[in-house]
Design a protein around this ligand. Sequence first.
Ligand code: PLP
Ligand code: COI
Length: 354
Amino acid sequence: MNITIKLTNSPKVKPDTSVLGFGKYFTDHMFIMDYTEGEGWKNARIVPFENISLHPASTVLHYGSEIFEGLKAYRRTDGKVQLFRPIENIRRMNRSAERMCLPQIPEDDALEALTKFVETEKDWTPSAPGTSLYLRPFMYGNDESLGVHSVKNATYVIIASPVGSYYKEGINPVSIMIESEDVRAVRGGTGEAKCGGNYAASNRAGKRAEDKGYSQVLWLDGVERKYIEEVGAMNVMFKIDGVIVTPALLGSILPGITRKSCIEVLKNKGFKVEERKLSIEELEQALKAGNLEEAWGCGTAAVVSPIGELNYKGEKFIINDGKIGDVTQYLYDTLTGIQWGKIEDKYGWTYPID
Ligand code: PLP
Ligand code: COI
């Protein structure tokens, strides 16, 4: 793929790592390319970071034809920069594109675009502990017409943001409200796809939880409100009586790359990992019997996030005395160790940029 590069004449001052938070600052450049049916992808370019101009009838503004990805570039202790399983994000993006009738990007081209972009922006990868350069590829339908159809024109963009921790709590346990009204997704819907609409529809429950002092919600399935699905915008795992249980991917759950990595790391450590349906009754019984030993969310942004308190219909349950558990800590240490190049990557998950 031919990628033209136009560098900025006015580089920004990089923010101090103490103020980063999540997704508030953006680097100097962006990758962008255009798609037209019959012509394919064209005009691949890295240009100075700028606003995007859209026709007021653009499909994305009316019908939500949008998908995105999220992955990070990590500054290793030896100063080099690396990605974590980028091909998994590229494959998931193409699956999301298929679901939303957006165009696919050949894997080699998507990887080349990502690599060239990270090479251009690599000085923005912070080195303070726990910080990284969050990469946000996204694609939107861009027909200039109000008819409801699969799109003929699309745009693909990658932007980058130096980040610290996602939750203000960092690796400290968060409190979670079990949501029994709104649902995030249903089988046959778009839960498996990383499309913007899923997140817009989740905000009402998220806000209700935040207003009551909780960090996020635990989602139940959309048909019976009975089976556990995800926590906020993360996959969820539990340690019940020594066994790791995580909801099976049955069509409404986003197949997380951190989830997949946690399962491999845990199996490799000798844990029994069950991917299956887990009902709220079973969880409640385990909580009451004292068998729910640990609970955590997992995703790129937060890596793992221990759950210290669950609220179900007004009843509060404390997990592991509100402290991070051994398995959660082990996963955090192992995944971040591989990502930041502090421990050997025996899985072949890291992808060096320079
Ligand atoms: N579930 C949802 C709804 C998400 O948005 C994410 C974040 O990407 C995840 C789970 C975790 O996925 P990953 O581990 O690939 O970041
Ligand atoms: C994650 O990386 O775990 C996320 O859910 C990203 C979020 C900002 C959408």
